[in-house]
Write a protein that binds this ligand. Structure first.
Ligand code: 26W
Length: 812
């Protein structure tokens, strides 16, 4: 709030200055008076008023970076899963209470208008949300940084469940405009596609694209903690150079006249909703090149403007590739350095490698992008040449290293020669970067042993680990004010500036009165969530039951099916042994399936079919309730996570690179039941074996089992509980309307069980019974819950970004 707005009320206008500032904005910017204003008007007026201060800090931040000649971090990501920004900005600027009071004085409920802000759902899942947490931490650590991405008009689809089946609906986050963004028409770049490459006698190479679009920058402020710094998220919008061809128009060919504009708009229209299997469509490659080229051109332009000599780029810019999606940026920078700045190939390559870092987020073979060579060559003929040149240099280098044989060379090559020839984007990113990092310790080790084994032998000191993190501002302070307040009472505010200070909480684990208040906070969050579930789904939950939660993208390796089968087995146990002292349990699922991922969509249907049956069965009553909450997104996660008792992190070991939801749950006092996979292992190391429920095969055991030709049949027939549950599902107990609906799915467990569901079932079910027992012992459960919170400081994205900044980017 600028000083004038924070001033005392005047005689003329008794309302707090802030309230009148908001009304002033409402009238002069929205064109509505308080009487006529609708909730969206109040939302826009509040954001526009708050923006004034943000803009001033933004300008100061940018000026300060320029003045200091600071090295900048550039984070290139095709996804930024930002969610809502009002509560984040108010909390980081510490203006929440006064804005709430000002609005209340106008009869407006801040929480209500925060609730109507659309999620900026410009991402699929983990990778996109990590990018958003990183942007917030970069600003909170006062590091000059830009995020570069695409301004999708339609983000992640809205999920509706029709009779339990996922239906995808377009998501229109811009329907009411977006008061957070600033179009920067002056920052616009030419991006070409197709065409041909000619070389002059003097060796000057010239690419003449056959089509082009204009990339126009749209900026969103990224406000750091305490408003220390405001950084820029620059998202590109595509526009046709000539939006309308008048000659076509006058000839009555209206489509033809507008074709260019349509084609351009299609480029940035929609986010691809896949989070593991590439669609492999040309439009996706066009999106990847479009934003990579615009970003690299903008970075080079800014560098030359402030530092003059392109050779100093690595000293003043650190570009991080968020997975392979922007990997073509390596070839794009090479193109600019050789074709426009006439550097030699070798000099250009040194600069490129010193500037780029690459983060790998998955080992799933199907998720590693590669493009058919003919498509890549047709769309990007000059880049194809550069890829060949880089490959020649790479293979020459590799062939000199002893122990690197023909197979290794074939694996190292940027070109996959097996079958249809394809360009391997992961190898291009690896070769073009001085740092290649994994996102959790186990994942990074597996990168060295599997997908990058040969490249690792060629460049043994390039792969490094940077275990993921989450911003404690959004994922504790903002989504769980109850717990935050309790923590402040107990250990003061320091943890807000340094999450590592949460360790001061550890002694309170043995303080029964503290544990009581801790449990009350959790219970009130559970009541709040129960009200939401009641209002939105008509389902009544018992807030004293265990809230057992699995919320994430639906994928076979994340094993939602294991959770469902265990629920069926538990359901059967409760019915056949009502005499036993069962611990009431609520099993909450949520998550989207990629629209073409049919098995995942069938799993969603099964969860709903099982829920329908169990929730209607008087034999179990409140002992077991199952719910699949529709349209999982960042805002729903902020509602569910503070209310969770048990966090399901049960992926097949070796397949979840890290996970970040696991960190959010533990930070909010939930205990984890999980496998030794991804960051679960490091969470165990930090909270201690007694404060987490670990079960199942290790990554090595999974690999051995797969190599040994393991099949699920034997294990299923050897486990009565499992067999009963699997056969009940297979025989249509939960799908009387289509008895064979799940037959194939269950047969898959007998025949393959690739994701080791059957192999891990008994251990998982046993761990769940341990959970029941411990939950009954409120002191023991409370102690573990407090210990989890106390030891989650290390998983702050501030720690992660600090490591990138020191060890990869050289900005700290
Ligand atoms: C080309 C299709 C596609 C799109 C997105 C393939 C792969 C992706 C992402 C890499 C998938 C993803 O989100 N990976 C998740 O990244 C998180 C952040 O590092 C990790 O915590 C998760 O374990 C990982 O699955």
């Amino acid at each position: 709030m600028t000083d004038s707005q924070a001033a005392a009320p005047t005689a003329l206008d008794p309302r707090p200055a802030l309230a009148s500032a908001i009304v002033d904005t409402l009238v002069h910017r929205i064109g509505k008076d308080a009487q006529a204003a609708r909730p969206h008007d109040w939302l826009a007026a509040t954001i526009l008023t708050l923006r004034n201060e943000i803009i001033e800090r933004w300008m100061e931040s940018t000026k300060a970076a320029h003045a200091a000649g600071a090295k900048r971090v550039y984070y290139l990501s095709l996804e930024f899963l930002i969610g809502r920004l009002l509560r984040d900005a108010l909390s980081n600027l510490r203006h929440n209470d006064e804005v709430a009071a000002a609005l209340a004085s106008l009869g407006v409920d801040l929480a209500a208008i925060e609730e109507i802000e659309p999620d900026a759902a410009l991402g699929n899942g983990g990778l996109g949300r990590l990018a958003a947490c990183f942007m917030e931490s970069l600003a909170s650590l006062d590091l000059p940084a830009y995020g570069y991405g695409i301004r999708y008009v339609n983000g992640m689809f809205r999920q509706r469940l029709d009779d339990g089946w996922q239906v995808e609906l377009p998501e229109n986050w811009l329907a009411h405009g977006n008061p957070w963004e600033f179009e920067r028409r002056e920052s616009a770049y030419f991006v070409g596609f197709g065409g041909e490459v000619t070389a002059t006698t003097s060796g000057q190479v010239h690419w003449s694209p056959i089509e082009a679009v204009e990339a126009v920058a749209v900026d969103t402020p990224m406000v750091g903690w305490r408003g220390k710094r405001v950084n820029t998220l620059r998202l590109w919008n595509a526009r046709a150079f000539d939006p309308i061809k008048l000659d076509r128009f006058n000839a009555g060919d209206f489509e033809g006249a507008l074709a260019g504009q349509m084609r351009a708009e299609t480029l940035t229209r929609v986010l691809y909703p896949n989070d593991s299997t590439p669609a492999g469509q040309e439009l996706r490659l066009r999106q990847e090149y479009f934003f990579s080229s615009a970003s690299i051109q903008d970075i080079v332009r800014r560098h030359l403007q402030y530092f003059g000599d392109i050779r100093t780029l690595p000293e003043k810019a650190a570009i991080q590739l968020n997975d392979t999606h922007p990997a073509v940026a390596v070839a794009e920078l090479m193109r600019l350095l050789t074709d426009f700045h006439e550097l030699s190939f070798d000099e250009a390559w040194e600069i490129t490698r010193a500037t780029f870092g690459y983060t790998n987020h998955t080992l799933l073979p199907e998720a590693l992008e590669s493009w058919p060579l003919p498509l890549f060559e047709r769309l990007l003929p000059r880049h194809m040449q550069i890829v060949y040149a880089i490959n020649a240099r790479l293979l020459r280098e590799a062939s000199k290293v002893d122990g690197i044989d023909g197979n290794a060379i074939a694996a190292i090559s940027l070109i996959d020669e097996g079958g249809e020839r394809r360009v391997r984007m992961a190898n291009l990113a690896f070769a073009g970067s001085h740092s290649v990092n994994g996102v959790a310790a186990l994942h990074t080790e597996l990168m060295k042993k599997t997908v990058f084994a040969d490249l690792h032998r060629l460049y043994p000191d390039r792969i490094n680990n940077k275990t993921n993190g989450i911003t404690p501002r959004r994922w504790l302070q903002q989504c769980n004010p109850g717990l935050t307040g309790l923590l402040v009472e107990a250990i003061g505010e320091d943890f807000k500036d340094d999450a590592a200070r949460l360790t001061a909480l550890a002694p309170f684990a043995n303080d029964s009165s503290f544990r009581e208040r801790f449990a009350m906070v959790k219970r009130s969050n559970k009541v709040t969530l129960s009200t939401y579930i009641k209002d939105s789904m008509g389902l009544t939950l018992d807030p004293d039951a265990i809230f057992d939660v699995q919320i994430k993208r639906i994928h076979e390796y994340k094993r939602q099916l294991l959770g469902i089968v265990e629920a069926v087995a538990l359901y059967d146990q409760i019915r056949s042994h009502p005499e036993r002292n069962w611990t009431p349990r609520v099993k909450l699922f949520a998550g989207k399936a990629a629209s073409s991922y049919h098995t995942a969509k069938l799993v969603i249907k099964l969860a709903n079919d099982v829920a329908k049956r169990i929730n209607a069965d008087p034999a179990v009553g409140d002992l077991l309730k199952v719910a699949f909450v529709p349209n999982y997104n960042v805002s729903l996660a902020e509602k569910i996570i503070p209310a969770a008792d048990l966090s399901e992190q049960i992926s097949t070991a070796g397949m979840e690179a890290s996970g970040t939801g696991n960190m959010k749950f533990a930070l909010n006092g939930a205990l984890t039941i999980g496998t030794l996979d991804g960051a679960n292992i490091e969470i165990k190391d930090h909270v201690g074996d007694d404060n987490i429920f670990i079960f199942g095969l290790t990554a090595d055991e999974v690999a051995e089992k797969r190599a040994s030709g393991y099949r699920g049949r034997q294990v299923i027939e050897g486990s009565r509980e499992l067999a009963q549950a699997v056969n009940a599902i297979a025989s249509g107990v939960f799908s009387p309307d289509d008895p064979d609906r799940y037959k194939g799915l269950m047969d898959g467990l007998y025949e393959h069980d690739w994701f080791m569901l059957a192999a891990d079932f008994d251990a998982y079910a046993a761990a769940q019974r341990e959970v029941d027992a411990k939950f009954g012992d409120t002191a023991a459960w409370g102690r573990s819950a407090v210990i989890n919170v106390a030891n989650m400081g290390w998983f702050s994205s501030d720690r992660t970004i600090g490591e990138y900044a020191k060890q990869i980017w050289g900005v700290m």
